[in-house]
Design a protein around this ligand. Structure first.
Ligand code: PMP
Length: 404
Protein backbone atom coordinates (compact mmCIF):
# COMPACT_ATOMS: atom_id res chain seq x y z
CA UNK A 1 0.00 0.00 0.00
CA UNK A 2 1.24 3.44 -0.93
CA UNK A 3 2.44 5.91 1.64
CA UNK A 4 0.23 8.37 -0.17
CA UNK A 5 -2.92 6.25 -0.34
CA UNK A 6 -4.72 8.80 1.84
CA UNK A 7 -3.74 11.75 -0.37
CA UNK A 8 -6.77 13.42 -1.84
CA UNK A 9 -7.07 14.75 -5.36
CA UNK A 10 -6.39 18.49 -5.25
CA UNK A 11 -8.72 20.80 -7.18
CA UNK A 12 -7.36 22.14 -10.47
CA UNK A 13 -6.00 25.69 -10.43
CA UNK A 14 -8.97 27.93 -11.27
CA UNK A 15 -7.03 29.95 -13.86
CA UNK A 16 -4.81 27.30 -15.40
CA UNK A 17 -7.82 24.93 -15.51
CA UNK A 18 -9.52 27.25 -18.04
CA UNK A 19 -6.88 26.61 -20.67
CA UNK A 20 -7.11 22.85 -20.06
CA UNK A 21 -10.88 22.98 -20.62
CA UNK A 22 -10.41 25.09 -23.77
CA UNK A 23 -7.88 22.62 -25.14
CA UNK A 24 -10.25 19.72 -24.57
CA UNK A 25 -13.19 21.52 -26.23
CA UNK A 26 -13.66 20.14 -29.79
CA UNK A 27 -15.94 23.00 -30.99
CA UNK A 28 -14.25 25.02 -33.79
CA UNK A 29 -15.75 28.30 -32.50
CA UNK A 30 -14.06 27.91 -29.13
CA UNK A 31 -12.34 30.92 -27.58
CA UNK A 32 -9.85 31.07 -24.72
CA UNK A 33 -10.44 34.27 -22.73
CA UNK A 34 -8.99 32.84 -19.54
CA UNK A 35 -5.41 33.00 -20.68
CA UNK A 36 -3.24 35.59 -18.98
CA UNK A 37 -0.84 35.83 -21.89
CA UNK A 38 -0.76 38.13 -24.88
CA UNK A 39 -1.97 36.69 -28.16
CA UNK A 40 -1.64 38.07 -31.68
CA UNK A 41 -4.63 38.97 -33.81
CA UNK A 42 -4.35 35.37 -35.08
CA UNK A 43 -4.54 34.01 -31.54
CA UNK A 44 -0.89 32.94 -31.50
CA UNK A 45 1.76 33.42 -28.80
CA UNK A 46 4.01 36.37 -29.59
CA UNK A 47 7.78 36.50 -29.28
CA UNK A 48 8.97 40.10 -29.32
CA UNK A 49 11.52 40.90 -32.04
CA UNK A 50 13.74 42.60 -29.46
CA UNK A 51 13.70 39.39 -27.43
CA UNK A 52 14.49 37.21 -30.46
CA UNK A 53 17.36 39.45 -31.37
CA UNK A 54 18.77 39.48 -27.84
CA UNK A 55 18.60 35.68 -27.83
CA UNK A 56 20.35 35.43 -31.19
CA UNK A 57 23.14 37.71 -29.94
CA UNK A 58 23.50 35.62 -26.80
CA UNK A 59 23.77 32.37 -28.73
CA UNK A 60 26.41 33.86 -31.00
CA UNK A 61 28.52 35.05 -28.08
CA UNK A 62 31.46 32.65 -27.71
CA UNK A 63 31.97 33.78 -24.11
CA UNK A 64 28.52 32.59 -23.03
CA UNK A 65 28.37 29.62 -20.67
CA UNK A 66 26.09 27.83 -18.24
CA UNK A 67 27.78 28.63 -14.96
CA UNK A 68 25.77 29.41 -11.82
CA UNK A 69 24.53 32.92 -11.22
CA UNK A 70 25.13 34.41 -7.77
CA UNK A 71 22.31 33.87 -5.23
CA UNK A 72 21.01 37.34 -5.99
CA UNK A 73 21.05 36.68 -9.73
CA UNK A 74 22.26 38.70 -12.71
CA UNK A 75 23.56 42.01 -11.34
CA UNK A 76 22.99 43.97 -14.57
CA UNK A 77 19.45 42.66 -14.73
CA UNK A 78 18.81 43.72 -11.13
CA UNK A 79 20.19 47.21 -11.69
CA UNK A 80 18.32 47.74 -14.95
CA UNK A 81 15.08 46.35 -13.51
CA UNK A 82 14.94 48.65 -10.54
CA UNK A 83 15.87 51.61 -12.73
CA UNK A 84 13.09 50.69 -15.14
CA UNK A 85 10.60 50.70 -12.28
CA UNK A 86 11.79 53.62 -10.16
CA UNK A 87 13.07 55.82 -12.98
CA UNK A 88 16.64 57.01 -13.53
CA UNK A 89 15.96 60.16 -11.49
CA UNK A 90 14.90 58.26 -8.39
CA UNK A 91 16.50 59.58 -5.21
CA UNK A 92 16.43 56.09 -3.68
CA UNK A 93 18.51 54.79 -6.59
CA UNK A 94 20.92 57.69 -6.55
CA UNK A 95 21.42 57.21 -2.83
CA UNK A 96 22.06 53.49 -3.33
CA UNK A 97 19.37 52.45 -0.87
CA UNK A 98 17.53 49.86 -2.95
CA UNK A 99 18.30 46.18 -2.42
CA UNK A 100 17.42 44.09 -5.48
CA UNK A 101 17.56 40.37 -6.15
CA UNK A 102 16.55 38.48 -9.26
CA UNK A 103 13.43 36.38 -8.68
CA UNK A 104 11.44 33.60 -10.32
CA UNK A 105 9.22 36.08 -12.14
CA UNK A 106 6.58 38.06 -10.27
CA UNK A 107 5.35 35.08 -8.26
CA UNK A 108 8.82 34.31 -6.95
CA UNK A 109 9.44 37.97 -6.12
CA UNK A 110 6.22 38.11 -4.13
CA UNK A 111 7.05 34.91 -2.31
CA UNK A 112 10.63 35.85 -1.42
CA UNK A 113 9.40 39.32 -0.42
CA UNK A 114 6.68 37.86 1.81
CA UNK A 115 9.14 35.45 3.45
CA UNK A 116 11.61 38.26 4.07
CA UNK A 117 8.94 40.46 5.63
CA UNK A 118 7.61 37.64 7.80
CA UNK A 119 11.11 37.11 9.17
CA UNK A 120 12.40 40.65 9.37
CA UNK A 121 9.62 43.12 10.06
CA UNK A 122 10.01 44.57 13.55
CA UNK A 123 8.61 42.16 16.13
CA UNK A 124 6.05 44.81 17.12
CA UNK A 125 4.53 44.91 13.59
CA UNK A 126 1.54 42.65 13.03
CA UNK A 127 2.06 39.93 10.40
CA UNK A 128 -0.96 41.22 8.53
CA UNK A 129 -1.29 41.93 4.82
CA UNK A 130 -4.11 43.88 3.17
CA UNK A 131 -5.07 42.68 -0.30
CA UNK A 132 -7.58 44.29 -2.65
CA UNK A 133 -10.93 42.55 -3.03
CA UNK A 134 -10.76 40.93 -5.47
CA UNK A 135 -7.13 40.31 -6.33
CA UNK A 136 -4.97 37.87 -8.28
CA UNK A 137 -5.81 34.54 -6.57
CA UNK A 138 -2.22 33.62 -5.83
CA UNK A 139 -1.66 36.66 -3.57
CA UNK A 140 -3.66 35.13 -0.73
CA UNK A 141 -1.83 31.83 -0.77
CA UNK A 142 1.61 33.40 -1.14
CA UNK A 143 1.18 35.62 1.92
CA UNK A 144 -0.65 32.98 3.95
CA UNK A 145 2.11 30.43 3.28
CA UNK A 146 4.65 32.98 4.46
CA UNK A 147 2.76 33.25 7.75
CA UNK A 148 0.74 36.40 7.18
CA UNK A 149 -2.80 36.93 8.29
CA UNK A 150 -4.59 37.96 5.10
CA UNK A 151 -7.20 40.72 5.18
CA UNK A 152 -9.01 42.37 2.32
CA UNK A 153 -9.75 45.99 1.56
CA UNK A 154 -12.69 47.02 -0.59
CA UNK A 155 -11.61 47.73 -4.14
CA UNK A 156 -14.05 46.86 -6.90
CA UNK A 157 -17.45 48.50 -6.93
CA UNK A 158 -19.92 46.12 -8.56
CA UNK A 159 -22.48 48.81 -9.34
CA UNK A 160 -20.15 51.13 -11.30
CA UNK A 161 -17.69 48.40 -12.25
CA UNK A 162 -15.11 50.94 -11.13
CA UNK A 163 -13.13 51.67 -7.98
CA UNK A 164 -14.75 51.72 -4.53
CA UNK A 165 -12.40 54.45 -3.42
CA UNK A 166 -14.41 55.39 -0.34
CA UNK A 167 -14.53 51.78 0.83
CA UNK A 168 -10.84 51.31 0.12
CA UNK A 169 -9.86 54.41 2.08
CA UNK A 170 -12.13 53.49 4.99
CA UNK A 171 -10.68 49.97 5.21
CA UNK A 172 -7.08 51.17 5.04
CA UNK A 173 -7.79 53.85 7.62
CA UNK A 174 -8.66 51.15 10.13
CA UNK A 175 -5.63 48.96 9.34
CA UNK A 176 -3.18 48.47 12.22
CA UNK A 177 0.08 50.44 11.99
CA UNK A 178 2.85 48.42 10.38
CA UNK A 179 0.53 46.24 8.31
CA UNK A 180 1.65 45.41 4.77
CA UNK A 181 -0.46 46.95 2.01
CA UNK A 182 -0.40 45.15 -1.31
CA UNK A 183 -1.00 47.46 -4.28
CA UNK A 184 -1.16 46.60 -7.97
CA UNK A 185 1.13 49.20 -9.55
CA UNK A 186 -1.10 49.39 -12.65
CA UNK A 187 -3.61 47.35 -14.63
CA UNK A 188 -5.18 45.73 -11.59
CA UNK A 189 -5.81 42.01 -12.10
CA UNK A 190 -8.60 40.83 -12.35
CA UNK A 191 -10.62 44.07 -12.53
CA UNK A 192 -8.72 46.34 -14.93
CA UNK A 193 -9.61 49.18 -12.54
CA UNK A 194 -6.85 51.53 -11.30
CA UNK A 195 -7.00 54.56 -8.99
CA UNK A 196 -6.71 57.96 -10.70
CA UNK A 197 -3.59 60.09 -10.07
CA UNK A 198 -5.53 62.11 -7.46
CA UNK A 199 -6.67 58.92 -5.77
CA UNK A 200 -3.11 57.60 -5.70
CA UNK A 201 -2.01 60.82 -4.00
CA UNK A 202 -4.72 60.36 -1.40
CA UNK A 203 -3.77 56.68 -0.92
CA UNK A 204 -0.18 57.76 -0.31
CA UNK A 205 -1.41 60.06 2.43
CA UNK A 206 -3.48 57.28 4.02
CA UNK A 207 -0.52 54.88 3.79
CA UNK A 208 1.67 57.46 5.46
CA UNK A 209 -0.88 58.37 8.17
CA UNK A 210 -1.57 54.72 9.05
CA UNK A 211 2.13 53.79 8.81
CA UNK A 212 1.41 50.97 6.38
CA UNK A 213 4.19 49.30 4.42
CA UNK A 214 3.43 49.36 0.69
CA UNK A 215 4.23 46.26 -1.34
CA UNK A 216 3.85 47.04 -5.04
CA UNK A 217 3.10 44.21 -7.42
CA UNK A 218 4.21 45.39 -10.85
CA UNK A 219 3.30 42.69 -13.35
CA UNK A 220 2.20 44.96 -16.22
CA UNK A 221 4.58 47.92 -16.50
CA UNK A 222 4.26 49.30 -20.04
CA UNK A 223 1.61 46.78 -20.90
CA UNK A 224 -1.27 48.86 -19.53
CA UNK A 225 -0.83 52.19 -21.29
CA UNK A 226 1.94 51.28 -23.71
CA UNK A 227 4.27 53.64 -21.82
CA UNK A 228 6.74 52.28 -19.27
CA UNK A 229 7.00 55.53 -17.33
CA UNK A 230 3.27 56.23 -17.19
CA UNK A 231 2.63 52.75 -15.80
CA UNK A 232 5.20 53.28 -13.04
CA UNK A 233 3.68 56.56 -11.84
CA UNK A 234 2.01 55.14 -8.70
CA UNK A 235 5.17 53.40 -7.55
CA UNK A 236 7.32 56.46 -8.25
CA UNK A 237 4.92 58.70 -6.36
CA UNK A 238 5.23 56.52 -3.26
CA UNK A 239 9.00 56.15 -3.62
CA UNK A 240 9.43 59.91 -4.03
CA UNK A 241 7.80 60.44 -0.63
CA UNK A 242 10.87 58.83 0.91
CA UNK A 243 8.98 55.95 2.51
CA UNK A 244 10.28 52.41 2.54
CA UNK A 245 8.53 49.97 0.26
CA UNK A 246 8.79 46.60 -1.43
CA UNK A 247 8.45 45.96 -5.16
CA UNK A 248 7.85 42.75 -7.11
CA UNK A 249 8.50 43.03 -10.85
CA UNK A 250 7.64 40.58 -13.58
CA UNK A 251 8.84 40.57 -17.19
CA UNK A 252 6.31 37.91 -18.15
CA UNK A 253 3.86 40.26 -19.87
CA UNK A 254 5.86 43.28 -20.90
CA UNK A 255 8.63 41.24 -22.55
CA UNK A 256 6.57 38.14 -23.24
CA UNK A 257 9.04 36.11 -21.15
CA UNK A 258 6.32 34.10 -19.35
CA UNK A 259 8.04 30.74 -19.08
CA UNK A 260 11.52 32.18 -18.57
CA UNK A 261 10.55 33.34 -15.07
CA UNK A 262 12.36 36.66 -15.22
CA UNK A 263 11.52 38.93 -12.31
CA UNK A 264 13.01 41.05 -9.58
CA UNK A 265 12.38 41.88 -5.95
CA UNK A 266 13.45 45.27 -4.66
CA UNK A 267 13.34 46.62 -1.15
CA UNK A 268 13.59 50.39 -0.96
CA UNK A 269 15.27 51.25 2.34
CA UNK A 270 15.96 54.38 4.37
CA UNK A 271 19.70 54.17 3.92
CA UNK A 272 22.37 52.42 1.91
CA UNK A 273 23.64 50.67 5.03
CA UNK A 274 20.22 49.15 5.67
CA UNK A 275 19.85 48.13 1.99
CA UNK A 276 23.16 46.26 2.14
CA UNK A 277 22.05 44.29 5.17
CA UNK A 278 18.61 43.65 3.68
CA UNK A 279 20.19 42.24 0.52
CA UNK A 280 22.32 39.88 2.58
CA UNK A 281 19.17 38.56 4.28
CA UNK A 282 17.28 38.22 1.01
CA UNK A 283 20.03 35.84 -0.06
CA UNK A 284 19.46 33.77 3.06
CA UNK A 285 15.79 33.48 2.10
CA UNK A 286 16.68 32.39 -1.44
CA UNK A 287 19.50 29.94 -0.75
CA UNK A 288 17.44 27.17 0.88
CA UNK A 289 14.61 27.60 -1.65
CA UNK A 290 16.44 27.27 -4.97
CA UNK A 291 20.07 28.40 -4.42
CA UNK A 292 20.18 30.76 -7.40
CA UNK A 293 17.89 31.80 -10.24
CA UNK A 294 17.92 30.72 -13.91
CA UNK A 295 20.04 32.74 -16.33
CA UNK A 296 18.40 32.81 -19.70
CA UNK A 297 15.37 35.07 -19.23
CA UNK A 298 17.22 37.58 -17.07
CA UNK A 299 20.06 37.76 -19.60
CA UNK A 300 17.56 38.48 -22.38
CA UNK A 301 15.78 41.14 -20.32
CA UNK A 302 19.10 42.76 -19.34
CA UNK A 303 20.14 42.96 -22.98
CA UNK A 304 16.80 44.38 -24.09
CA UNK A 305 16.85 46.99 -21.33
CA UNK A 306 20.54 47.79 -21.66
CA UNK A 307 21.03 48.03 -25.43
CA UNK A 308 19.65 51.34 -26.75
CA UNK A 309 18.57 49.86 -30.09
CA UNK A 310 16.86 46.81 -28.60
CA UNK A 311 15.33 49.03 -25.95
CA UNK A 312 13.76 51.30 -28.57
CA UNK A 313 12.49 48.26 -30.45
CA UNK A 314 10.99 46.86 -27.25
CA UNK A 315 9.15 50.08 -26.42
CA UNK A 316 7.63 50.15 -29.87
CA UNK A 317 6.44 46.55 -29.61
CA UNK A 318 5.12 47.15 -26.11
CA UNK A 319 3.06 50.02 -27.45
CA UNK A 320 1.85 47.75 -30.24
CA UNK A 321 0.64 45.12 -27.75
CA UNK A 322 -1.08 47.71 -25.55
CA UNK A 323 -2.71 49.30 -28.59
CA UNK A 324 -4.07 45.99 -29.84
CA UNK A 325 -5.63 45.35 -26.46
CA UNK A 326 -7.19 48.81 -26.46
CA UNK A 327 -8.51 48.17 -29.96
CA UNK A 328 -10.13 44.96 -28.69
CA UNK A 329 -11.87 46.94 -25.94
CA UNK A 330 -13.29 49.31 -28.56
CA UNK A 331 -14.31 46.43 -30.80
CA UNK A 332 -16.10 44.59 -28.02
CA UNK A 333 -17.85 47.75 -26.85
CA UNK A 334 -18.94 48.56 -30.42
CA UNK A 335 -20.28 45.05 -31.00
CA UNK A 336 -22.13 45.00 -27.68
CA UNK A 337 -23.71 48.39 -28.32
CA UNK A 338 -24.70 47.37 -31.85
CA UNK A 339 -26.58 44.44 -30.32
CA UNK A 340 -28.28 46.62 -27.68
CA UNK A 341 -26.63 44.77 -24.82
CA UNK A 342 -28.61 45.57 -21.66
CA UNK A 343 -26.98 48.04 -19.26
CA UNK A 344 -23.97 50.31 -19.55
CA UNK A 345 -20.89 48.58 -20.97
CA UNK A 346 -18.68 51.66 -21.15
CA UNK A 347 -16.58 50.16 -18.35
CA UNK A 348 -15.06 47.91 -21.02
CA UNK A 349 -13.43 51.02 -22.46
CA UNK A 350 -12.43 52.49 -19.10
CA UNK A 351 -10.79 49.41 -17.62
CA UNK A 352 -7.06 49.03 -18.20
CA UNK A 353 -4.68 46.24 -19.13
CA UNK A 354 -5.16 42.71 -20.26
CA UNK A 355 -8.38 41.97 -18.38
CA UNK A 356 -11.90 43.20 -18.20
CA UNK A 357 -14.06 42.34 -15.23
CA UNK A 358 -17.50 42.12 -16.74
CA UNK A 359 -19.70 41.61 -13.70
CA UNK A 360 -21.22 38.54 -15.34
CA UNK A 361 -22.49 36.06 -12.75
CA UNK A 362 -21.21 32.54 -12.32
CA UNK A 363 -24.26 30.97 -14.05
CA UNK A 364 -23.84 33.39 -16.96
CA UNK A 365 -20.16 32.46 -17.24
CA UNK A 366 -21.04 28.77 -17.10
CA UNK A 367 -23.48 29.27 -19.96
CA UNK A 368 -20.78 31.06 -21.98
CA UNK A 369 -18.59 28.00 -21.56
CA UNK A 370 -21.23 25.32 -22.18
CA UNK A 371 -23.35 26.88 -24.87
CA UNK A 372 -20.88 29.20 -26.61
CA UNK A 373 -17.54 27.45 -26.00
CA UNK A 374 -16.10 30.69 -24.66
CA UNK A 375 -13.73 29.75 -21.86
CA UNK A 376 -13.16 32.19 -19.01
CA UNK A 377 -12.71 32.21 -15.24
CA UNK A 378 -16.12 31.99 -13.58
CA UNK A 379 -15.66 35.34 -11.81
CA UNK A 380 -16.51 37.01 -15.14
CA UNK A 381 -12.99 38.09 -16.03
CA UNK A 382 -12.18 38.07 -19.74
CA UNK A 383 -8.76 38.43 -21.27
CA UNK A 384 -8.82 41.09 -23.98
CA UNK A 385 -5.61 39.61 -25.34
CA UNK A 386 -7.50 36.45 -26.27
CA UNK A 387 -9.82 38.43 -28.53
CA UNK A 388 -9.43 39.48 -32.19
CA UNK A 389 -11.33 41.64 -34.67
CA UNK A 390 -12.69 38.40 -36.11
CA UNK A 391 -13.95 37.00 -32.79
CA UNK A 392 -15.26 40.17 -31.07
CA UNK A 393 -18.71 39.93 -32.78
CA UNK A 394 -19.09 36.30 -31.67
CA UNK A 395 -18.21 37.20 -28.08
CA UNK A 396 -20.67 40.11 -28.10
CA UNK A 397 -23.42 37.87 -29.44
CA UNK A 398 -22.72 35.31 -26.73
CA UNK A 399 -22.59 37.91 -23.93
CA UNK A 400 -25.89 39.44 -25.02
CA UNK A 401 -27.40 35.96 -25.04
CA UNK A 402 -26.28 35.02 -21.53
CA UNK A 403 -27.01 38.34 -19.82
CA UNK A 404 -30.45 38.85 -21.37
N1 PMP B 1 0.88 39.61 -10.06
C1 PMP B 1 -0.18 39.76 -10.83
C2 PMP B 1 -1.19 40.79 -10.48
C3 PMP B 1 -0.33 38.99 -11.97
O1 PMP B 1 -1.40 39.15 -12.75
C4 PMP B 1 0.65 38.02 -12.29
C5 PMP B 1 0.53 37.17 -13.49
N2 PMP B 1 -0.69 36.61 -13.74
C6 PMP B 1 1.75 37.91 -11.43
C7 PMP B 1 1.83 38.72 -10.33
C8 PMP B 1 2.90 36.97 -11.58
O2 PMP B 1 3.14 36.40 -12.76
P1 PMP B 1 4.55 35.73 -13.08
O3 PMP B 1 4.93 34.92 -11.90
O4 PMP B 1 4.26 34.91 -14.28
O5 PMP B 1 5.47 36.86 -13.34
Amino acid sequence: VSNWEHVEQAPPDPIIGVTDAWRADPDPRKLNLGVGAYRTEEGKPYVLRAVREAETQMLADPASNHEYLPISGNADFCRLSRTLALGAGSAALQEGRVATVQALSGTGALRVGAEFLAQHLPASNPRVVYLPSPTWGNHKTIFAKAGFQVREYRYFDKASRGLDFGGMTADLSSAPPGAVLLLHACAHNPTGVDPSPEQWASLLQTTHDRQLLPFFDSAYQGFASGDLDADAASLRLFAASGMELVLAQSFAKNMGLYGERAGALSVVCRSKAVATRVESQLKLVIRPMYSNPPMHGAAIAARVMGDPRLNAMWKEELKGMADRIKAMRSALYRELTARNAPGDWSFVLKQIGMFSFTGMTRPQCELLVKKWHIHLTLDGRISMAGLSAATAPYLAEAIVDVVT
